[in-house]
Design a protein around this ligand. Structure first.
Ligand code: MN
Length: 485
């Protein structure tokens, strides 16, 4: 089962899970199928293309993905780039794997092309995610490997891929609580996306980190002593801020480096929640905390699920940020939704539709609760996630719309031809007025009428710029004949 340097065991070893025999068989089958399908294909760096599939599967495995997802990862490029057909994948691997592979293939067609398109891609991502979060996990794992090997790509393409990674992929990983992946994506993409800013930030790190590290190290022993004398089992380590997140923070503080106190922080990982609070108390007994810098994200987690206690203390050598959390919280912060959803929701293999819909609604619910409080996250570029609602077609497709949208917006979002011919509307299977304000989760059905056409009243009740534009265009090109209708 050897392929130049990479084999099946690399995938199993990347995972912390124990796969059953049937799961192993599935992964092994996907491995063999993918190897054969990609035979003779090479990547830009001259390596066999199949290595990419294995690397992506490894990434998924290390994110805690299940056997179905790992198999999907192995096959993720077969539909697009090889002779393999949907029928073959269905026959050999079943509906779920096919669903994931086609999902990834669809997402692969989206490319970053400036701000407007970026928002559009994000939206599509979101919808894909609502269908099955595992599609997104494979896509993120795919992007991670592509960015790891970006140096081999043509230089004009490098910049586009790197910017897209920072603007689209990394924030999504962050939104899903996948802190480790987000950090990796940003750091690898940063030098290619914004070379000058990268050089500047890197220079600053080289200047500040050694000193900061010395300060944190100087209290590390003391902290360990304290914890030991109170018999608290803990691991204590200095964590250095990622280059890109330092850059973001510098932007926030108008490049005033004096205001940044957490380039290096002390991270304390303990066993229980009670330990967290005890350690916080002990730290405050040893050093005075900076007022206003004590954050209890255990009692009130961040919108993306992040849990931790943060405090900044004044030591003789300077101020130091201390982060205290349990091992479990730490793992969650690193893996995020991958550890929650992939593990708990979707590991069985009964038939999809019903079950998938359930998992998908749970995910959507969790995500809308994330979406509600995005203000806190200082990620302006993601604002459009706010104030959006998600409604469904009778078939269960997700349509995302601005808050306060009406069935008019819905109809235009489906297709302009439907928008222009709205006859009657049903919301949740009941007749409803065309100006009803839609709510999250509504099922909306439009019956068209060939005699219907946009009116000024429609314009009043349309919320999305797309629908408004289309209606205005219709009204203008049909002059004033419709006024008052
Ligand atoms: Mn790929």
């Amino acid at each position: 089962m050897k392929s130049k340097g990479l084999d099946l065991n690399d995938i199993f070893e990347s995972s912390s899970k124990d796969f059953s025999d049937s799961e192993k068989t599935l992964i092994e089958k996907a491995y063999t199928f993918s190897q054969k399908a990609h035979e003779n294909q090479k990547r830009n760096n001259g390596e066999p293309y199949f290595n990419h599939a294995v690397e992506v599967a490894k990434n998924c495995a290390s994110l805690g993905a299940d056997a179905i997802t790992i198999s999907g990862a192995l096959l993720h490029d077969t539909l697009e780039d090889t002779e393999a057909t949907e029928e073959q994948i269905l026959e050999n691997f079943g509906e779920e794997v096919l669903f994931l592979v086609s999902g990834v293939t669809k997402l692969g067609k989206l490319k970053y092309q400036g701000v407007e398109r970026h928002v559009e891609s994000m939206r599509k991502f979101f919808i894909a995610l609502a269908e099955d979060v595992r599609v997104l996990i494979i896509k993120l794992a795919d992007r991670l490997h592509n960015i790891e090997t970006l140096e081999h790509v043509r230089s004009d393409k490098q910049k586009r891929i790197a910017v897209e990674t920072i603007e689209v992929y990394a924030p999504l990983a962050g939104r899903l609580g996948m802190g480790k992946l987000k950090g990796l994506l940003e750091n690898l993409a940063f030098p290619f996306a914004y070379p000058n800013e990268y050089k500047e930030t890197k220079g600053l790190m080289d200047e500040l980190v050694p000193e900061s590290l010395k300060l944190v190290d100087s209290i590390k022993n003391e902290v360990e002593e304290i914890l030991k004398s109170f018999s608290i089992e803990a691991s204590v380590e200095a964590r250095v801020k990622h280059t890109y997140s330092l850059y973001r923070k510098l932007l926030k503080y108008n490049m005033e480096k004096e205001k940044i106190h957490d380039i290096v922080a002390l991270r304390i990982l303990v066993k229980t929640v009670a330990d967290c609070y005890q350690v916080l108390g002990l730290m405050h007994m040893a050093w005075k905390p900076v007022p206003g810098r004590i954050k209890d994200w255990i009692a009130v987690p961040k919108p993306n699920g992040y849990k931790s206690l943060h405090t900044t203390v004044i030591t003789p050598g300077g101020v130091v940020e201390i982060q205290i959390r349990t091992q479990e919280m730490h793992l969650d912060a690193e893996l995020g939704i991958a550890s929650h959803l992939v593990y708990k929701e979707v590991t069985t293999t009964d038939k999809i539709p019903q079950k998938q819909q359930r998992a998908w609604l749970t995910q959507l619910k969790e995500l809308s609760s994330l979406v509600e409080s995005i203000d806190d996250m200082n990620e302006l570029k993601l604002d459009f996630f706010n104030h959006r609602i998600f409604v469904f077609t009778p078939k269960g497709d997700v349509v995302d719309l601005p808050e306060d949208s009406s069935p008019i917006d819905f109809a235009y979002a489906i297709h302009s031809d439907i928008g222009e011919k709205i006859g009657s509307v049903k919301i949740n299977r009941k007749m409803a007025s065309i100006d009803t304000i839609l709510k999250n989760g509504d099922i909306v059905e439009i019956a068209t009428n060939k005699n219907a056409h946009p009116t000024h009243k429609w314009l009043e009740h349309a919320k999305s710029s797309f629908a408004k534009r289309k209606i205005r265009h219709y009204l203008e090109s049909n002059n004033d004949t419709n006024i008052g209708a």
